[in-house]
Design a protein around this ligand. Sequence first.
Ligand SMILES: [Zn+2]
Ligand SMILES: [Zn+2]
Length: 359
Amino acid sequence: MKDYYEILGVLPDATPDDIKKAFRYLARQTHPDANPDDPAAESRFREIAEAYEVLSDPDKRARYDRGETLEFGDLFANFGSLNDLLGSFFGGGFSDPFVKRSGGGQDLLVESRVTLAEAALGVDKELTFHAPRACSECHGSGAKDGTEPVTCGRCHGQGSVQVARRTMLGTMSVVQTCSQCGGRGEVVESLCPSCGGQRLVEAKRTLTVHIPAGIDSGSRLRLRGEGGEGPGGTRPGDLYVQVAVEPDPRFVRSGFDLRHRLTVGVTEAALGTEVAVPLVEGGTVSLEIPPGTQPGTTVKVPRAGIGRLNSRGRGDLIVEIDVDIPRELSEEEEQLMRKLAELRAENPAASRGRRRRRR
Ligand SMILES: [Zn+2]
Ligand SMILES: [Zn+2]
């Protein structure tokens, strides 16, 4: 039997999170989409996918640990393309923000929590996060003060080299990134003592980000060029701000409308009343409940909902009226109800002692 723990490179007591991380890492490396020229990639990926399929499922993992044999369907049908796969791990369809792009800075992902009121009206949020920035000592060159990086001797400054690779079709000449200089075309001989030649240092950054009205949980804003600085003055990465909207127990969001449930007493519904309805931005609005209002009636407060994203105006606040039918009646209340029933020629059940309020 295959050792799925070994295939994923995790210990037998690995947590579900460890397994997910290991799979994510290996999938990115071995997925056939990432290795179009390597015919062996598919079988490698299948093995990794199979190991993940088993170890990520508590039930299958327990059966595997007991030594049972497991059946598999088409694992590719489950996992799909590399983009689908990474998308399922990040919950979005865009390119993986943690991949360091060649020749530029790192894309970063930060979370911003906003209240429902802030999501309704829009807000400027100050975000603090850690981002790579060029070392101030060497200005991102990685070379010690007074020295300069020199042209790489292996690739002669090209950043890439031609190597012979044995493939199924015979020996082929392929272009590879130079391993000596990592594709930069130059190497640093005396390292900057401040960053150790890394060229980038991790620094705290504060940025004010406008969260537009109408945004919903899970939305991502992309701020071009606000991610990590690139080494040696190359293009900075992008900053992705993932928005989480905190729920407000008074409201349920429905598109750009808000729904609020309001309970009135049975006499208030019958005779009419005036109620104070809370507004998401604070304060209240007075609402007239006409006599004879039925349970489930909705009353609209126009333009008191959520701002329409990328547009003008706001949705509505929809107030849903619920009528509180008394569950317990005092003796006097019951007498009045029975009197009312008589006047309205209704036919309520005879009094049963247990329905009276205990005193
Ligand atoms: Zn430095
Ligand atoms: Zn080189």
